[in-house]
Design a protein around this ligand. Structure first.
Ligand code: ATP
Length: 245
């Protein structure tokens, strides 16, 4: 469902992403981990078509994001780490706007909006201007609006930012349920416990390279110490890669 082939990005002299090859199959919940500056956001911007790679390609459900951007984006949902809205709209109006952009069938818009607002506890804010919403409510609205067109591939950067524990649990449960129902999810996070809890597979990026890839169990086996927490594995791998450099 997501195919990255030799994905490479240079900013001048800086090699932010160095030949990333990755296949994420349908229904997989995949987590990108990595220290600051590892290249996670760069990878996400390339795979959502927000930037053009220096080399390599991205396919979303078989559609090349550069050659066939409309087809690719029609099946893609992307929640950035800081969502951008039209601040004077209400959540209801914003959902209508997103529905129009993605050509959601007219009769589907109201029931889907209703269900998403109920799921993400947005109803009581639905008629307020977005500029007056709290950070957590904005984040839930960003997620709800990105699910409105029922994307096959869902990309989310730091999903838990600004969410209290109750709403964080709702978001985790909903994303996990949707991935089990077939939606492919790529999540970028610094929160190791979230990756460990949700992800089927984890990729650790450092200096633009994938330095580890596998299930939690595979990553554990790679690092002899059985029973290690992901945090220890992550720190071990990053320091090993630093030593190699
Ligand atoms: P963080 O966890 O801090 O968000 P990240 O893993 O998302 O980091 P990127 O934002 O992809 O990392 O950055 C990778 C490298 O590319 C960093 O060295 C960063 O400074 C650099 N970089 C990112 N965007 C640009 C840009 N537009 N121009 C020049 N350099 C950039």
């Amino acid at each position: 469902m997501i195919d990255l082939d030799n994905l490479t990005m240079h900013y001048g002299e800086l090699r932010a992403l160095q030949g990333l090859d990755l296949h994420i199959p349908q229904g997989e919940f995949f987590a990108f981990l990595g220290p600051n500056g590892a290249g996670k956001t760069t990878a996400i911007k390339l795979l959502t078509g927000l930037m053009k790679p220096s080399a390599g390609s991205v396919r979303i459900c078989g559609h090349d994001i550069q050659k066939d951007p409309l087809q690719a984006k029609s099946v893609l949902g992307y929640v950035p780490d800081v969502a951008v809205f039209y601040e004077k709209l209400t959540p209801f109006e914003f959902m209508q706007f997103i529905a129009d952009l993605y050509q959601v069938p007219a009769k589907e818009v109201a029931p889907r909006t209703e269900a998403l607002f109920a799921k993400f506890d947005i109803h009581r804010h639905a008629s307020q201007q977005i500029e007056n919403l709290s950070h957590g409510t904005r984040q839930r609205l960003a997620i709800a609006s990105t699910l409105l067109h029922e994307p096959k591939v869902f990309v989310i950067d730091e999903p838990m930012v600004g969410l209290d524990p109750v709403h964080a649990k709702t978001v985790k449960q909903e994303l996990k349920a949707r991935s089990q129902a077939g939606m492919t999810i790529l999540m970028s996070t610094h929160l190791l416990n979230i990756a460990e809890e949700l992800a089927d597979r984890i990729g650790i990026l450092n200096h633009g390279k994938l330095i580890a890839l596998g299930t939690m169990e595979e990553l554990r086996q790679k690092f002899e110490g059985q029973g290690k927490r992901l945090e220890e594995i992550f720190l071990d791998m990053v320091s090993e890669a630093e030593a190699g450099d």
